[in-house]
Design a protein around this ligand. Structure first.
Ligand code: IPD
Length: 285
């Protein structure tokens, strides 16, 4: 049966607000948080409780739609073409644990491996980003994104660029990242791009929404998971931005280890993507 994307979008917003109250009323501490693969990969009871709330609610209301969430994902789980909710209960868990109010709940729906609905909500600032494919992207439901008509992108040296350290702190992909960060920051004399500056705000979904808004020009990360990007992807696309190297059009069924380059709307996207590929120092797995 056809999905009513508007109805799903509206329901996801009400769910995000409900989950948001759970997030803001929690009192995480660094000592009470747990870790997954290493000391930089944090998870809290709140992440798990929010995912339970969201998955229970979505499975009850939409029993025919599959569910994938960060905290219940099992290695080997694959995305399929079937409609699937893709959820990160708290994106920016490290910020949440440290009480840096830059974290969100990220609720996405993918159909045929393409993000179709996205809701990203930062409950600390009560900032809501949402989009339905083909129907535009909005801040707080009514303000269209981007927030101003986009100026031409120009060269990387004109750009404010977000990157993230992620939680993998060794191996080939980490080396590629660190060397690339240096090239982005560095002067043209040493083959760098010398961007306006680099930012690591700590939430993939909010980074993509900042690119959609026009506040960041570019965001690059390797090692994201489907739930980090599903909702932000449709919001960015509907705001005129693009996601390059995330398997154009959708995902391969594997959900881990993807590289994503997000570029805001505006003239010169293709040229900027080309320039960016030239700056990356090596090949990620
Ligand atoms: C993480 C954040 C972080 C990014 C990681 C993500 P989490 O999500 O978005 O900024 O660097 O790749 O996994 O663990 O806070 O849900």
């Amino acid at each position: 049966a056809d999905l009513d994307l508007q109805e799903i979008h509206d329901y996801l917003i009400s769910l995000a607000r409900e989950a948001g109250e759970m997030i803001t009323s929690a009192h995480p501490t660094t000592s009470a948080s747990g870790t997954k693969k290493n000391s930089a990969d944090l998870v809290t009871e709140t992440d798990r409780a929010v995912e339970t709330l969201v998955s229970t609610s979505l499975r009850t209301r939409y029993p025919h739609i599959l569910f994938m969430g960060e905290e219940t994902y099992a290695p080997g789980d694959l995305l399929t073409a079937a409609p699937t909710f893709i959820v990160d209960p708290i994106d920016g868990t490290t910020n949440f644990v440290h009480r840096l109010p830059y974290a969100c709940i990220s609720l996405g729906l993918a159909v045929n491996l393409v993000p179709a609905v996205g809701v990203v909500y930062n409950p600390f600032t009560q900032t809501l980003y949402s989009a339905i494919t083909g129907r535009g992207a909005f801040l707080n439901r009514t303000t269209p994104l981007p927030l101003a008509s986009p100026t031409p992108l120009g060269a990387l040296s004109n750009c404010l660029v977000a990157v993230e350290w992620g939680s993998d702190r060794s191996g080939n992909d980490y080396d590629v990242k660190v060397a690339t960060f240096a090239k982005l920051a560095g002067s043209k004399e040493i083959g760098g791009a010398m961007v306006h500056s680099l930012r690591s705000l700590g939430s993939a979904a909010l980074n993509m929404c900042a690119v959609a808004s026009g506040a960041l020009d570019v965001y690059w990360e390797t090692g994201c998971w489907a739930w980090d990007v599903c909702a932000g992807w449709v919001i960015l696309k509907e705001a005129g931005g693009l996601v390059a190297d995330g398997n154009p059009g959708g995902w391969k069924p594997r959900v881990d280890g993807r590289r994503y380059l997000s570029v805001r709307g505006g003239e010169g996207q293709k040229e900027l993507v080309e320039e960016f590929w030239g700056v990356i120092q090596g090949k990620c797995e």
